[in-house]
Write a protein that binds this ligand. Structure first.
Ligand code: ARE
Ligand code: CA
Length: 494
């Protein structure tokens, strides 16, 4: 989120590639409104399709894409097709004037006839009022943002040209912002007219990977099924259910059949996350429920479950630091944009020789050992099935991924950052101490959560697996992480 392209290029080479990340999603790349105080969400207020933001210009973007592709790290762009800015006027990040009140965007150009108005949106103020009504939801304004009329060939052509430009530069796909607010047939038309991929980086006839933001928790709202033929669906029920479990509102043992049996869409259509640029500040959910970087122990555990479970394509948020000011369940600083210098330039991510970074500015969740080691875990276990499920009938679980990886969680209640004054359990009942089937070949393995395999030593716990695949697993109630995990590549050679 909000990184500069030069920094992302560096990170692809020095970290994302070497640590096995498959791709990187970047914040919207096209020109957007410059707003007072420079909130992060100004990037969701397009002014034109010129590639220029505080993250960098087109030249820098191209260079980043090339460097990341060379490392096998694909680039996904967050695309905002639904709308232009809200009702304000000024200049965009590439210097183009705009006037949202009059729906004038000369940088494209778009003029009033390119937007939905009273002829297509039935509400008095042109705002979405009934979010479940498909016509309002698609043809009226989302938070006052000027709503483009995608049935017009002119609007389609402008957006297709922008997307094809990104494809020709070498991006691998798109996060489609606010898909719920666009008609599936319009999106189908636009996406069907995109170019095949750049053969400099991809096999012939490759097509973009697209994932749609469709916030659906069941009920009468717009159903994600309408969009399944258009790409993957960001499955919001995934984060919500997992967050609920890890918050202690539901026992871990129920996760045994987590997926379609819980009402989620099929995993092959799903795109998943625990945290996002919205969730971290309580958008699309609630502060205190959503799990963000301010509760690292919880975030690592929930993320590890996401990465260990065989469902969907996962994404991790890598964010910047801001000062939370909580009042009445809201973060008064929810708007705060990326760290900048006195002139408003985004501050670079700086990696020190000891691999630490300027964490007063950047959180770098993707550089947390528990997270990047679980990314590795996921790529090592591949499509192997969930096997050897074990639970204690409560909040301790373990399972293997075939014969390649094993993970165990101990979330007995007082484990988390929740202070539970009524807890009368003693510590014994809060620890996990079990001989469990790991599914792994005999040998000594390193826990990749409390440490790493370094040379032929474990810097954290070791797990000794016998000829039958059994191992003594221990997770104390007060350890810094509530889980342990290992896989074939974390086995000591002797
Ligand atoms: C900002 C100001 C507004 C102002 C507007 C126009 O906050 O007060 O009216 O500008 O000037 C982001 C921010 C918004 C911001 C916007 C533009 O989150 O606060 O508005 O940028 O700068 C709905 C949508 C869903 C959307 C969420 C946030 O359906 O598409 O709301 N998410 C995406 C992005 C956001 C982004 C936008 C869309 C806009 O991820 O980051 O907004 O590009 C129920 C409904 C959901 C609804 C949800 C809202 O669950 O079912 O459909 O999601 O409530 O919580
Ligand atoms: Ca719309």
């Amino acid at each position: 989120m909000e990184w500069k392209y030069d920094d992302i290029g560096d990170e692809c080479e020095r970290f994302l590639g070497p640590y096995g990340y498959g791709g990187v999603q970047v914040s919207p790349v096209n020109e957007h409104a410059i707003m007072d105080g420079r909130p992060w969400y100004e990037r969701y207020q397009p002014v034109s399709y010129v590639i220029q933001t505080r993250s960098g210009n087109e030249r820098q973007f191209r260079r980043m894409v090339e460097r990341c592709n060379r490392m096998g790290v694909r680039v996904y762009v967050d695309i905002v097709l639904n709308h232009m800015t809200g009702g304000q006027q000024g200049f965009g990040t590439a210097g183009n004037r705009f006037n949202g009140h009059e729906q004038q965007y000369p940088g494209v150009p778009f003029t009033p006839e390119h937007f939905n108005g009273p002829e297509s949106c039935p509400t008095d103020n042109l705002e979405i009022i009934d979010w479940d009504d498909p016509v309002q939801s698609r043809n009226c304004r989302l938070f006052g943002l000027r709503d483009l009329k995608h049935s017009l060939e002119y609007v389609r052509q402008k957006q297709i040209a922008f997307l094809n430009k990104l494809i020709d530069i070498g991006v691998a796909g798109f996060r489609c912002d606010a898909s719920t607010h666009m008609w599936p047939e319009d999106l189908k038309n636009i996406f069907s007219r995109l170019n095949n991929f750049n053969v400099q980086f991809f096999p012939p006839n490759s097509r973009p990977f697209i994932y749609h933001e469709i916030i659906y928790y069941g009920g009468s709202g717009i159903n994600p099924n309408e969009y399944i033929s258009l790409g993957r669906i960001i499955e919001f029920r995934f984060w919500k259910e997992i967050t609920n479990v890890f918050r202690g509102n539901n026992q871990l043992r129920w996760l045994r059949n987590f997926g379609t049996e819980w009402g989620l869409i099929d995993g092959t259509n799903a795109f998943i996350m625990i945290d996002s640029h919205d969730l971290r500040v309580g958008h699309n959910g609630q502060l205190g429920f959503n799990i963000n970087c301010f509760e690292p122990r919880l975030l690592k555990a929930a993320t590890a479950f996401m990465l260990a479970w065989n469902y969907g394509i996962p994404r991790i948020l890598s964010s910047y630091r801001w000062k939370q000011i909580i009042k009445d369940g809201k973060d008064l600083n929810e708007w705060v944009g990326p760290p900048t210098d006195l002139f408003g330039n985004i501050i670079s991510v700086k990696i020190n020789p000891d691999k630490s970074w300027n964490d007063e500015y950047w959180i770098c969740e993707h550089r947390w050992r528990q997270i990047y080691n679980m990314v590795r875990f996921r790529s090592i276990v591949g499509d192997e099935p969930i096997l050897n499920w074990w639970d204690n009938g409560d909040n301790q679980i373990a399972f293997s991924r075939g014969h390649s990886g094993f993970i165990a969680f101990n979330l007995q209640k007082s484990n988390m950052n929740i202070i539970d004054n009524n807890n009368t359990d003693n510590n014994d009942s809060l620890e996990l101490r079990q001989r469990l089937q790991t599914g792994l070949p005999a040998g000594t393995y390193c826990d990749i959560i409390s440490g790493d395999l370094n040379g032929n030593h474990c810097t954290g716990k070791t797990i000794i697996v016998d000829e039958n695949g059994l191992a003594d697993i221990y997770i104390g109630h007060d350890e810094s992480d509530i889980f342990l995990a290992t896989h074939l590549d974390a086995k000591l050679s002797k």
